[in-house]
Write a protein that binds this ligand. Structure first.
Ligand code: NOJ
Length: 741
């Protein structure tokens, strides 16, 4: 140890009377932050505004080779893509013992749907519509991440998207602002803990990303231009960000895209007026990977120095990987182009979070080998991952009740994806390992007996190699039933993975067609990160199970669902179109002036070569049992400004299995000062029903749920006629009228 860190000394002095838990009232925190700030040189302050990746993981295009030296000099206060107790301790030691002030590092990582124990991709988790399970998934992820030395996750990603061509739909919660908001809240609670106590060594700081409207790139091409009306932005895209901030997330990541001609990273409107002033965000803003630099390519800055000026004045506190703040800010302050006050504000926000995490009390408090050993891949975490994986699966088709399969029947298992483990983790695998995992094939063999499972790869995930077809068809001939696992390579969704075709790639479907000709019942299990065009598969397969990328326990979850050990209950969080030409397609569309139901055969809003309707609507998902809806009742036909309306519906499990149904409540405002969506989700209930059982499910409606951005952009209600809908998906619903007074 070169010297006793000055900061540590002062901090210890300041908290002499402190109890083991971190005692942080707001005033006390501010005082502590200021006590550090006043010791810092301008360069050291800027260091706290710098975030570099370690060389442990690659999540972007660049690497700053000398980041260790930067830490030593106090020029870099934050590191991402470094994990494990041993490695974070090693880096923290450099910061604490070798830098002048010894300010501890903040360690961030993309812990999106798991750290070591990987849960289903976020879109899959959203299909569970189970906020308790989702919160638990984030909680487990936080526990494992924090036990591996991390303080900060770059999640939740709350970007609403209606375009399956965009590869990053896999990371979000789908197309709906209401469902997206509920899920955003659950994830923040999970990461930051139920009491939002960042000093708890089993919580991590959450990041709301990507602010804002990143999910609406033109033509679904990643990083592309975003342009939309303020009304659409506020009504559809903003709510989940707001929900996550209200839930207490203390960092926000800017997005790569422009909005209305201004790149988000340089938008004072987004980062200060909206985020801080209107939404009341109190944490710090970090850029996405080199997104300050990218403002040069966007064409709003002539060089990096100018881009940095845009960012700092917009409200960006921390530069991820761009080296722009590091290279230019000091000179810009000295030349009077940036006020030091602005720098102080940014540094205060970063230091405050470091204090809240307890890092000034003990910079190594997240470095416990004991905790790492105890929590990483803990059996209860694997159980949770299995539970969420099962809940995320969506049964899209099940003709003649082919599923569940019966144990002991001979099955042919086909497809490269059936034997894959890596793919099951999806694109954000964090620190998850796939070596020790079981593939779907492994578990099917274990469950159904080696001799009853005949595997032939048949078709690869991509490419046009048909050399495996013959062996696959011969396997099918020997079997009673066929399970084909098909879909996309893990790397075909996520960042920088946009597609213009959303069909199942390669020759997988061609093999399915050949198998179908042999007349054996065929189950398709899908692994993919986006809604696909399944028109051909829908005709060819007898049953289709959407399994997404189901995570570490995916093989077991798929097997349990296929064999009825678990009755599927997932519901689609995004519309599955008939073909890519319908995109963007979402259930909360407007009616238009020439809706499809008009009698006139030609001049209406429709396609001449495809239906308007999707293949599978938002909210859709079957069960091994059947749910029937009846007796929708409202306790009054009128809702007054201060009143509430109670709706009830009877849901009956009329099939042969116990099951879970997600009862969905939608509303339509029939006449407004601006056009209103044909349906908007306003609530849902996740209910369990035994075979033969009925339940009355209630829903409470208040005027605030009917508020929207009116023609003058004020937010509120308008009296008039409404419809309430209820059903097991957004298409098949019962309806009842009511009036808002
Ligand atoms: C770029 C991605 O857009 C963002 O989501 C991620 O958190 C960062 N890279 C860091 O890996």
């Amino acid at each position: 140890m070169k010297h006793i860190s000055l900061i540590l000394f002062i901090t210890v002095f300041l908290i002499a009377a402190c109890t083991p838990s971190v005692n942080n009232t707001d005033a006390r925190l501010d005082k502590r932050v200021d006590s550090v700030l006043q010791l810092m040189t301008l360069e050291e302050k800027i260091g706290q505004m710098v975030l570099y990746t370690s060389d442990w993981d690659v999540t972007g295009p660049t690497l700053r080779e000398n980041y260790l030296d930067d830490i030593r000099k106090g020029h870099c206060g934050n590191i991402f893509n470094a994990h494990t107790v041993a490695y974070t301790r090693q880096l923290q030691k450099i910061a604490v013992e070798e830098s002048r002030l010894g300010i501890p590092l903040l360690f961030g990582y993309d812990v999106i749907h798991g750290h070591k124990t990987i849960f289903p991709i976020s879109l899959g988790e959203a299909a569970s519509w189970d906020t308790t399970a989702l919160e638990l998934s984030a909680r487990v992820s936080a526990i494992e991440a924090a036990a591996s030395g991390l303080h900060w996750t770059f999640a939740p990603m709350v970007d609403v998207s209606v375009d399956p061509r965009w590869g990053r739909v896999s990371e979000g919660a789908g197309e709906d602002p209401f469902l997206g908001s509920v899920i955003a809240r659950a994830r923040v609670r999970g990461f930051q803990g139920p009491s939002n106590d960042l000093s708890d060594t089993l919580t991590v700081l959450a990041t709301v990303k990507h602010f804002a409207a990143y999910g609406a790139p033109e033509a679904g091409r990643d990083y592309n231009t975003v342009d939309m009306s303020e009304r659409v932005f506020r009504s559809i895209y903003l709510p989940p960000y707001r929900a996550a901030i209200d839930a207490g997330a203390l960092s926000v990541m800017t997005s790569f895209n422009e909005l209305d001609g201004v790149p988000a990273t340089g938008s004072r409107y987004l980062l200060t007026d909206l985020l801080r002033t209107e939404l009341g965000f109190k944490g710090f803003v970090v850029t996405d990977y080199t997104s300050i630099n990218e403002m040069v390519d966007h064409g709003v800055a002539a060089n990096f120095a100018e881009a940095g000026l845009l960012a700092i004045h917009a409200g960006v506190d921390m530069d991820m990987q761009g080296e722009v703040y590091f290279n230019f800010l000091k000179k810009q302050v000295e030349e009077g182009l940036v006020s030091e006050k602005l720098i102080d504000e940014a540094v205060r926000r970063v230091l405050k979070v470091k204090f809240m995490l307890g890092l000034f009390d003990d910079p190594y408090r997240y470095c416990s080998e004991e905790r790492e050993k105890r929590y990483v891949y803990a059996p209860e975490h694997l159980d949770a991952a299995l539970d969420v994986a099962r809940k995320s699966m969506v049964l899209l088709k099940n003709d003649n009740q082919l599923l569940p399969l019966k144990k002991g029947e001979k099955i042919a298992v086909l497809g490269e994806l059936a034997a894959s483990t890596r793919d099951m983790l999806g694109s954000w695998k964090a620190a998850g390992d796939w070596d020790f995992m079981q593939s779907t094939l492994d578990v099917l063999r274990e469950y159904n007996g080696e001799k009853n499972v005949i595997y032939a790869e048949g078709a690869k995930k991509t490419g046009d190699d048909r050399s495996g077809f013959a062996a696959a068809l011969s396997a099918v001939r020997k079997a009673d039933k066929v399970v084909m696992v098909i879909g996309e390579d893990w790397d075909w969704s996520g960042e920088a993975a946009s597609r213009t075709s959303i069909q199942v790639p390669g020759v997988q479907t061609e093999l399915l067609a050949a198998v179908k000709k042999l007349g054996k019942p065929v189950v398709v299990v899908l692994m993919n990160g986006r809604p696909l065009d399944l028109s051909r598969e829908h005709l060819l397969a007898d049953a289709i199970l959407e399994a997404w990328y189901p995570g570490t326990m995916g093989g077991k979850a798929i097997t349990q669902v296929l064999y009825g050990e678990y009755n599927p209950s997932g519901k689609l969080p995004m519309t599955f179109p008939v073909n890519v030409g319908q995109v963007p397609l979402y259930y909360y569309a407007k009616n238009t002036g020439r809706p499809i139901y008009l009698p006139n055969p030609k001049y209406k809003s429709r396609y001449i070569d495809a239906p308007n309707d999707p293949l599978y609507p938002f909210g859709f998902g079957l069960s091994y049992t059947r749910f029937e809806y009846s007796a929708l009742k409202l306790d009054s036909k009128q809702l007054t400004a201060e009143g509430q309306l109670k709706a009830s519906v009877t849901v009956t499990n009329s099939g042969a299995y116990d099951g879970v149904e997600i009862v969905q409540w939608y509303v339509r405002d029939l006449v407004g000062s601006v056009t209103r969506p044909v349906k908007e989700l306003k609530g849902f209930n996740r209910i369990e029903l035994k075979a033969g059982e009925s339940k009355v499910v209630e829903f409470l409606l208040t005027p605030s749920q009917l508020a929207f951005y009116r023609q003058d952009m004020s937010f509120g209600t308008e009296p008039g006629d409404f419809k309430l809908f209820v059903g097991g998906n957004s298409r098949d619903v019962l309806e009842a009228p009511f009036v808002l007074k």
